[in-house]
Design a protein around this ligand. Structure first.
Ligand SMILES: NC(=O)c1ccc[n+]([C@@H]2O[C@H](COP(=O)([O-])OP(=O)(O)OC[C@H]3O[C@@H](n4cnc5c(N)ncnc54)[C@H](OP(=O)(O)O)[C@@H]3O)[C@@H](O)[C@H]2O)c1
Length: 583
């Protein structure tokens, strides 16, 4: 077989093991697939080999690819590993042999393993040779090592959410075939509304549209499936023809949403993100609508974050209903999120690219209810390893609010403080107070003894006590409730009102001299200077570390899919709990 007869639609086998791998490959061949993609690391070459043999299809009619794994790239193991793959596959040769991943900086030199790859071809162990997951710089290096025309393909992740345009352009210019893997982004793109609309128009499935789109771009693609009906559907894509306008619409969905990104991945070529999916305001009392939105050019100091998760606060629905700052109809609400830095504007350290960050954003700017958010670099916190993205997105607003409230009073070990309104903010605040030596009492009808113990609450009061002597009162029930509790404070005590200001002091001037504090994290966006943000972000990062290490406890948020963001808002409204949308 040669490039011209390599079937453009192949069958992937990643994740398929043992009997499932055997049955899936056998069924795929029965349905008409003639191109099978496996790899040493998939651990299924033996099952794939048996299925090929039992299919009864002549060897010459099949195109079989395998890939050499990272630990076999050295001169000693390389050829032996390929021979072992052939034994498992029960084949004399494969049609295509790939380097699965470029060797990391401290691994074998590219010269060493490409020389071995070339030897495998010379020995007749493979007809064609290629690479996988290579960046443009790595392909340039490979082209300088291999004989002209030898580099058959670069197998890279390509689907509507990661079109990998720069890599594909380089391949086109250098006559390297692109094999797009994970065409469905493991199922994610099959639910996309734009793709669904195109599929409905043609009366086909979204899977067919995605495959037809890959093929229309002259790529080879290798979807996997364990189901006969899905395999048959995927093959039908060969006869689906999309219009240029439909192809352009799918191209526009690209948002850098990479699925395969292990620790040893290379420094990827990032395409500029021009459009993103965003939930947009439609007017007060109306549900948000999902649409495509242009990503503005980054200004100095700004960064573009690809959201992994979006935090939904129990107050978000109120902001949407009340429209407090007269949003335009296309405004994207949302303040909390966590994601990966994709691009940076002037003056921002490029080392930030690829880092996972969590953030609290301004209500007045386009916010987190989107696949991408433009943010200010100095206002994001780096997320420590070990802290899940859903937990990270649920934290910025409550965590930083709790921290601001905590920072309002001087540290007085063993002083008694009263906390009321035990939502996410006060649960975090209680732990901060307890860790700093305060004796924390909680006024709450719902807090269980077990929860209280975990948070470090010394005494749970179900009703307001008649006497107090408290050094501070932290209230998250609203100023009217807080006012009633002010008499419980000792002279020179503090009331910290988290949900709004107590407009008029309860006591006469020069009597008990209570200090009245108000908290408004969002106000920092308009009134905080650079130094204040730096302090807050650095304190916030320490707290995120405390959460990652288990010093501070947080509850697991309830997760929703991105397409169901309105449900997450409703859940948060009804349950008065934080929700997280997984992008
Ligand atoms: N070179 C590399 O580093 C690399 C990395 C990753 C993947 N790959 C290759 O690329 C291949 C494809 O990637 P992948 O398997 O990870 O993901 P994928 O092909 O994007 O998605 C596979 C998923 O899509 C579902 N599916 C398939 N056809 C469908 C249909 N018609 N309707 C609805 N759902 C459908 C499958 O479920 P059912 O089983 O229920 O049908 C499966 O869950 C791999 O198998 C592997 O060969 C290469």
């Amino acid at each position: 077989m040669s490039q011209s007869i390599m079937p453009k639609l192949g069958f992937g086998t990643f994740r398929l093991q043992d009997e499932v791998a055997y049955q899936s490959v056998l069924t795929a061949i029965e349905e008409g697939f003639r191109h099978i993609d496996t790899a040493q690391i998939y651990g299924n070459e033996e099952a794939v080999g048996r299925a090929i043999k039992d299919s009864g299809v002549a060897r010459g009619e099949l195109f079989i690819t395998t890939k050499v794994w990272n630990d076999k790239l050295n001169k000693t193991d390389f050829i032996n590993s390929v021979k072992e793959s052939l034994t498992k596959l029960q084949l004399d040769y494969v049609d295509l042999l790939l380097i699965h991943w470029p060797s990391p900086a401290n691994g074998e030199s590219m010269h060493e393993y490409l020389t071995e790859l070339q030897s495998a071809k010379e020995l007749g162990l493979t007809k064609e040779i290629g690479v996988s997951n290579f960046t443009i710089a790595q392909m340039e290096e490979a082209l300088s090592i291999l004989p002209k025309g030898a580099l058959f393909t670069n197998q890279v992740e390509v689907h509507p959410y990661l079109t990998n345009q720069k890599v594909r352009d380089f391949c086109a210019q250098n006559d390297i075939l692109v094999t797009g893997y994970m065409p469905f982004a493991v199922g994610k793109v099959l639910k996309d509304p734009t793709i669904k609309a195109i599929a409905d128009k043609h009366q086909v499935s979204t899977a067919e549209v995605v495959i037809a789109w890959e093929l229309a771009h002259d790529m080879v693609t290798i979807p996997s499936s364990t189901k006969r009906e899905n395999m048959a559907t995927n093959l039908k894509a060969l006869s689906l023809s999309l219009s240029q306008d439909e192809i352009n619409q799918i191209d526009a969905l690209s948002c850098g949403d990479r699925q395969a990104n292990p620790d040893f991945a290379p420094d990827w070529d990032h395409d500029e993100v021009k459009t993103t999916h965003a939930w947009q305001f439609q007017g007060a009392d109306k549900a948000l609508a999902l649409g495509l939105k242009a990503v503005p050019a980054l200004k100095a100091g700004q960064i573009l974050v690809r959201n992994l998760t979006v935090g939904i606060n129990p107050v978000d629905w109120k902001f949407i209903q009340a429209d407090p700052i007269n949003w335009a109809d296309t405004h994207t609400p949302g303040v909390d999120g966590a994601g990966v830095v994709e691009q940076v504007g002037d003056g921002v350290d490029t080392k930030l690219i690829g880092k996972t960050v969590a953030y609290h954003h301004s209500l007045s700017e386009n916010g987190s209810f989107a696949k991408h958010t433009v943010l200010y670099a100095e206002r994001v916190m780096q997320v420590p390893k070990g802290l899940a993205a859903n937990v990270a997105a649920a934290l910025p607003c409550p965590l930083l609010t709790a921290w601001q409230a905590f920072s309002k009073i001087p540290l007085r070990k063993d002083e008694k403080v009263l906390v009321t309104g035990m939502g996410a903010v006060n649960k975090l605040l209680t732990q901060m107070l307890n860790h700093s030596g305060f004796e924390v009492h909680a006024l709450s009808k719902s807090l269980t003894t077990e929860q209280a113990e975990k948070l470090g609450v010394k005494l749970v009061l179900r009703d307001a006590p008649s006497e107090g002597g408290y050094f501070a009162l932290f209230d998250a029930n609203g100023p009217e409730e807080a006012k009633k509790l002010v008499p419980l404070l000792q002279a020179n005590g503090h009331v910290i009102s988290i949900l709004g200001r107590i407009e008029t002091p309860v006591d006469e001037p020069f009597t008990r001299t209570i200090s009245y504090h108000e908290i408004a994290l969002g106000a920092l966006h308009d009134y905080g200077d650079s130094q204040q943000w730096q302090r807050l972000v650095s304190d916030g990062e320490k707290l995120l570390n405390d959460i990652a290490s288990g010093t501070l406890n947080v509850e697991e948020p309830t997760d929703f899919e991105f397409n169901n963001l309105n449900d997450a808002l409703e859940f948060s409204k009804v349950q008065k709990q934080k929700a997280v949308v997984v992008v």
